[in-house]
Design a protein around this ligand. Structure first.
Ligand code: ZN
Length: 484
């Protein structure tokens, strides 16, 4: 199969897969059928296709620019990822189905496993939080077993069919970056932010939970981080406030034909907001289930950041630069929109009942996630370079994540708390670049940049680049060594 043909087919398959995930998440469909879609496009996940592409790349004219060669590599790795997905899709679907239907018994009451994170967020009674968390132990054990099976099977193929010794080497090659060097950079980040974080965290552990550093358990985290301890309310619905924020910046969501918000109430809708870029840039949907919590508006802004990025992606870019980039590139723009809601100037306009302590609390939440993911980068680069995961994983996970966050991370979660393909690296790089972008926007357009049309003109220019540049390359391109 030729390069051009692969791109053409990929665009159609992406549309079908993303539409499927939209329908499932929006509560419009019950049973996932990703396997059938992958089957229909089986040529894309065929190793012969990868071989064809490698041959075609070798036959490129010697003057072919690096960009062209890199585009080939991205397409080749996309085929390899699809090859792995197809080999593990039945296992993954079984795991997903189990997770969706699993139930726990807490104090004589039956609760769907999927609802527990939301319930933990609102639960003020610490003992009950502990019982809820502990009741999930058998489900976590089963999910760990299934996930280990998916990873084992993937590792076998990565070794036998692709020739990489372990998952670390495979993903590092796929991301075209030295992930170990990045992990060491994350180690520096943890050391540099230790003092600030420890002070912030100790304050909020005490204020919200009445506990000290070293006393907080994983089951306290959802309640601690949700902000339910604060009585902050919004002066309107999440969606109206989002639209009004962007309207002040000259972006009218209602007039964007290609970007829709699905905020209809459906019983089976996913409790978490998400963005479905079905056809980039022509059909992008942001799905929300309004619930009234402050953290929801932050999530909605996050997903709309993805939405705007994809909806403003330049249509004339190649399939590679619209679809086959690093996930971290889009996360820069989702974080950028999300953190608008942490700004005092924004809170002044749209929220009530907040104070300086609340602003510091949001800073704490931000630093918590950055440090948690920095520790995950360290953990995953070490763990996935080996294959004795069950032996070393639990202790390493517990130590690294607990030390970085001050919250005890239970060793039993060492495998379920991990996303395929070093998502942790992409998140961390996106945070790093977003911090620089936000600083640049404030310096250039003022601290209330999010209400200024010129700021969005600038952002539109960045969104239009699609996923052409990985996060760190985008930063280098924008600011060189003089990063803000
Ligand atoms: Zn995101």
């Amino acid at each position: 199969m030729t390069y051009e043909r692969v791109l053409e087919m990929y665009e159609r398959m992406h549309e079908e897969l993303t539409r499927e995930s939209y329908l499932l998440g929006a509560g419009l469909k019950d049973k996932p059928e990703y396997d059938r879609i992958l089957e229909r496009y089986s040529a894309l996940s065929d190793l012969r296709t990868a071989t064809d592409l490698i041959k075609e790349k070798l036959n490129l004219h010697e003057d072919a620019p690096d960009e062209v060669r890199e585009a080939y590599d991205r397409v080749i790795f996309t085929v390899l990822e699809l090859y792995l997905s197809r080999r593990t899709v039945s296992l993954s679907q079984r795991m997903q189905a189990y997770e969706m239907s699993a139930k726990v018994r807490v104090d004589g009451e039956e609760i769907p496993y999927r609802m527990l994170p939301l319930m933990l967020q609102r639960e003020r009674d610490r003992e009950r939080r502990r019982r809820m968390y502990e009741a999930t132990a058998p489900i976590i054990a089963e999910l760990t077993r299934m996930k280990l099976e998916v990873y084992r099977l993937s590792l076998q193929h990565v070794r036998k069919d692709f020739g990489y010794p372990n998952l670390y080497e495979y993903h590092a090659a796929r991301k075209m970056e030295n992930l170990r060097r990045y992990a060491s950079h994350m180690g520096d980040f943890l050391r540099e932010t230790e003092k600030e974080y420890r002070e912030l965290a100790s304050h909020f552990f005490g204020r919200i939970l009445g506990l000290g550093w070293g006393e907080v358990e994983a089951y306290d985290a959802p309640y601690l981080l949700s902000g339910f301890a604060y009585d902050v309310s919004l002066k309107g619905s999440d969606v109206d406030i989002l639209k009004e924020t962007l309207r002040r910046g000259g972006v009218s969501l209602d007039s964007l034909e290609n970007l829709k918000i699905d905020d209809e109430v459906r019983p089976k809708k996913s409790p978490r907001a998400f963005c479905a870029p079905i056809r980039i840039p022509d059909e992008v949907i942001v799905v929300v289930k309004p619930s009234g919590a402050f953290s929801d508006v932050s999530t909605l802004f996050h997903e709309m950041g993805h939405g705007l990025h994809f909806a403003f992606t330049d249509r004339s870019l190649s399939v590679v630069d619209r679809y086959m980039g690093r996930v971290g590139t889009s996360e820069i723009f989702s974080f950028n929109l999300q953190y608008i809601t942490d700004s005092p100037l924004w809170l002044e306009a749209f929220a009530e009942g907040w104070d300086e302590d609340f602003v510091a609390f949001r800073r704490f939440v931000y630093m918590y996630y950055r440090r948690r993911y920095a520790a995950k980068v360290l953990y995953e680069t070490d763990l996935l370079a080996r294959d004795d995961w069950e032996d070393v994983g639990p202790k390493m996970y517990e130590r690294l994540l607990s030390e970085a966050t001050g919250i005890h991370h239970h060793p039993s979660r060492y495998f379920v708390d991990m996303d395929w393909g070093f998502y942790s690296v992409d998140y961390s790089q996106a945070w790093e670049v977003e911090a620089a972008l936000r600083k640049f926007l404030s310096e250039e357009f003022g601290r209330d940049w999010f209400f200024k049309a010129e700021a969005y003109d600038y952002l539109r220019g960045l969104w239009s680049l699609g996923v052409k540049y990985p996060p760190l390359k985008l930063a280098a391109k924008l600011w060189g060594d003089r990063r803000p």
